[in-house]
Design a protein around this ligand. Structure first.
Ligand code: TRP
Length: 339
């Protein structure tokens, strides 16, 4: 049986090198190799939970769609769509909401973190917490269960959400019969977690990122801003304590990595190491960046790809939501009840 693999990308922010190395590059590679049926989608309804700026929602969705396409995701090989183009997903979300235990949602990490932050600040525990944030895992369960995904590649922080989807699916199956496939989270421990300019994990929340498709000059500037120590040219440097080296490793072949390791031992100047790092990264990204810029100038093209993707997705979701409605008793008056 072909496996179904599904993953969602929340459309907030501008993709950076950390997203590329940690998520985009491995996912695109997997989609090109595998015999799986793969679903990749832009989770714009999830984005609404974090962002109330309509312009930013639209812009970010456009940038992220263009990024994945430019990075090599082939919409003919996978089903690539935007969550909000598949109305069966929010419909399923409601059906699941009626089964999901409130107590389960109380245990979600993201929600608990928000409550803890409020308590620390001496606020009401519910302060600023929307039902969107609270129910976030149910929408995610709908995303996953709608397409009968077996495997859900995610970062560590999302494992709990996939387990919740499994829990909700099992509950549904128990009550209404076997309709859902129980999904499993797939966490790849081999992908690198990149450090940002300041040496902490590269993350939008630390404001230390290097955006993925910066123009060449800007990319160079950002790389020059990576924090280093004060060792002079000629003094041996510790590669394992260096963000420059860590980034190098994420883009280099094993042989190039060994070479750079020797260069560090031999005391390569920081300026020189950064210059080579720029060249290495730029070489890997140049072609995709050009494609990205082209796509960003032709949003109709992105839109057409997403519409075609939505049509493919809905070939699955339309009949399935019908089956689920029927199972739950949302049926026409003229229907003979099967149970
Ligand atoms: N919550 C995921 C994240 O923030 C994005 C996402 C939404 C997702 N729906 C999904 C991931 C379904 C996997 C499957 O990274």
């Amino acid at each position: 049986m072909t496996q179904r693999v599904l993953t969602g990308i929340t459309t907030t922010g501008t993709p950076h090198l950390g997203n590329y190395v940690g998520a985009i590059r491995p996912a695109v590679a997997a989609s090109r190799e595998s015999e799986n049926l793969s679903f990749y989608f832009l989770a714009d309804y999830h984005a609404l939970i974090k962002c109330r700026d309509p312009q930013m929602i639209q812009q970010s969705t456009r940038e992220i769609a263009a990024t994945w396409l430019a990075a090599g995701l082939d919409p003919d090989r996978v089903i690539f769509y935007r969550q909000s183009d598949v109305p069966e997903i929010p419909e399923l979300c409601w059906l699941l909401t009626c089964l999901a235990a409130k107590g389960l949602m109380n245990r979600a990490h993201a929600y608990k973190a928000a409550v803890a932050a409020n308590q620390e600040a001496g606020e009401d525990p519910d302060f600023g917490i929307t039902m969107g944030l609270y129910s976030y895992p149910i929408l995610m369960a709908a995303d996953i269960l709608m397409f009968k995904a077996n495997q859900v590649p995610v970062g560590r922080d999302q494992i709990q959400h996939v387990e919740m989807a499994r829990d909700i699916a099992a509950r549904f199956n128990h009550h209404y019969g076997e309709h859902f496939v129980l999904p499993e989270a797939q966490v790849d421990d081999n992908v690198a977690v990149l450090q940002g300019l300041d040496g902490r994990k590269m993350s939008k929340s630390y404001n230390n990122t290097i955006p993925l498709f910066l123009p060449e000059k800007q990319l160079k500037k950002h790389i020059n801003k990576i924090k280093t120590n004060l060792l002079e040219p000629g003094e041996p440097k510790d590669p394992d304590d260096s963000t420059v080296f860590q980034l190098w490793q994420a883009f280099a072949s094993p042989a190039q990595t060994e070479e750079m390791r020797s260069e560090f031992a031999a005391g390569i100047a920081w300026g020189e190491a950064k210059k080579r790092l720029f060249e290495l990264i730029n070489e890997e990204l140049a072609e995709a960046r050009e494609k990205y810029n082209e796509l960003m100038e032709r949003p109709q093209e992105i839109e057409a790809i997403l519409q075609a993707g939505a049509e493919k997705a809905r070939q699955h979701s339309r009949p399935f939501i019908g089956e689920l409605r029927e199972a739950m008793g949302i049926r026409g008056m003229d229907r003979v009840a099967s149970r």
